[in-house]
Design a protein around this ligand. Structure first.
Ligand SMILES: *[C@@H]1O[C@H](CO)[C@@H](O)[C@H](O)[C@H]1NC(C)=O
Ligand SMILES: *[C@@H]1O[C@H](CO)[C@@H](O)[C@H](O)[C@H]1NC(C)=O
Ligand SMILES: *[C@@H]1O[C@H](CO)[C@@H](O)[C@H](O)[C@H]1NC(C)=O
Ligand SMILES: [Ca+2]
Ligand SMILES: [Ca+2]
Length: 407
């Protein structure tokens, strides 16, 4: 028979009675020799003395053997693509936690339990999905998920915006109608609104601190149509998946793409659609991979030439200039909205080998490349509270790749 890899025989007594994360439930499974599953499945409190050995011997004499399986609270893959990550637990416990059984785990002994929560509910389960209320509900205002720490060794939370589609900001890029906020922890999260599906944020918490509150505030009538599905995962203080303290976003691959919130590379919609967000002040961190010494940032032109439109009036320029080095500005020319690449060295043409130092980048175009060897690898994002003169600013999408050769 198939057993959970965490199958283990020897354990301290009483572990079966605790309910917090990481704790196990013991199930004694009798199997007929030859592999057929026997009829009895009994809950069994295990002791480290000789008792179980005697039971085993007894069962073996009956032509059976016993395997004590622990159902660890490990993550599992569900059969629900909108909520792909669940926690393996006995089916009764899933029901009592208000979860939905979506597939089986632990070799069929337990269920892959998906927990979804909506407005003004609380969770103590890792990988809870926070979703918008039913479209028929006329609930407006703050919709809050209260997130209780799984245990006293949680230092960070990660929010994955599987879907996050809220109202657009006002003409100054300020989230006046809908916005998302996080409180109760240590980091500061900028106000986020608009379209952010696929984005994520990390949030530092005090391991001994109180509950975290994740809130979507909907103040506009139109935003009743807005949707979200946010996966909330909790990260242990000693986890290798923990992001460096203070990083709002964290990427661990050697090459990838990052973008500002509410980014869409389009120059067709001139109104407020997908406007750059104001009042942003955060860092996007990239994990340096072994043997890599630097990082190169490049424009991403998928979808159009508006992949880096951060400051200035885009409608005052010929469209051919948008996205070129001519409309790129640097350092002291960048005072309102800009990104910072510490130690950056930029090129002015893709064939150029000459690089010039600049840390700040703004304007309506990004250089062909900006390379830095300053560690840690962080792209800082800063925007002010005013977009009056900045027409059709979409924000940015940039590609990065780590490099192994640093002169
Ligand atoms: C089996 O149980 C008896 C008491 O019923 C005990 O004396 C003995 O030590 C146990 N055997 C083992 C292997 O622990
Ligand atoms: C919570 O789930 C994530 C996967 O989404 C996992 O990486 C993390 O270790 C889990 N946290 C704890 C405390 O088990
Ligand atoms: C925004 O900037 C414009 C021009 O620089 C200025 O006239 C306006 O007062 C500013 N608005 C706010 C809200 O600060
Ligand atoms: Ca701007
Ligand atoms: Ca601005």
């Amino acid at each position: 028979m198939v057993m959970d890899p965490s199958t283990d025989i020897v354990r301290r007594r009483n572990t079966a009675t605790k309910t917090s994360t990481g704790v196990v439930v013991w199930v004694a499974v009798s199997c007929l020799v030859g592999g057929a599953l026997a009829s009895t499945l009994t809950q069994h409190q295990h002791h480290t003395n000789g008792q179980s050995k005697n039971i085993t011997n007894q069962q073996e004499r009956d032509g059976k053997f016993i395997i004590l399986a622990k159902i660890a609270r490990v993550q599992c893959t569900t059969t629900d693509s909108a909520h792909p990550l669940g926690t393996c637990m006995p089916i009764k416990e899933c029901a009592s936690k208000g979860g939905n059984s979506k597939g089986s785990c632990a070799g069929g002994l337990a269920t892959c339990c998906v927990i979804t929560k909506t407005c003004n509910e609380a969770t103590s389960v890792n990988n809870t999905y926070f979703v918008n209320p039913d479209a028929n509900s006329l609930e407006l205002g703050a919709c809050t998920l209260t997130i209780n720490h799984l245990d006293n060794n949680i230092c960070q939370m990660r929010f994955d915006f599987i879907t996050l589609d809220l109202s657009q900001p006002d003409s100054n890029g300020i989230c006046t109608d809908d916005f998302l906020t996080v409180t109760g922890g240590v980091s500061s999260v900028p106000m986020i609104c608009g379209y952010n599906s696929g984005q994520h944020i990390y949030y530092d918490v005090d391991p001994n601190g109180g509950a975290v509150k994740l809130t979507v505030d909907r103040s506009a009538q139109a935003s009743l149509l807005k949707t979200w599905n946010i996966k909330v995962s909790q990260i242990a203080c000693d986890s290798r998946f923990r992001a460096p303290v203070g990083c709002l976003q964290y990427y661990t691959t050697t090459a990838g793409t990052v973008s500002s919130f509410n980014f869409l590379n389009t120059n067709t919609a001139t109104g407020q659609s997908n406007r750059q967000l104001s009042n942003q002040d955060y860092g996007i961190c990239i994990k340096r991979a072994d043997n890599y010494c630097g990082i190169t940032w490049e424009p991403n032109n998928v979808g159009g030439t508006f992949g880096f439109t951060i400051s200035g009036a885009a409608d005052a320029l010929g469209p051919d200039l948008i996205g070129t080095i001519i409309t790129s500005s640097r350092d002291s020319d960048c005072t309102t909205d800009y990104v910072v690449i510490p130690g950056g060295m930029y090129t002015t043409s893709s064939t150029s080998t000459v690089a010039t130092p600049a840390g700040r980048y703004c304007g309506l175009g990004f250089p062909p490349s900006v390379t830095t060897t300053s560690q840690p690898f962080i792209l800082y994002v800063k925007t002010d509270d005013n977009e009056t003169r900045d027409t059709i600013n979409r924000g940015f999408r940039l590609n990065y790749r780590q490099i192994t050769s640093c002169a």
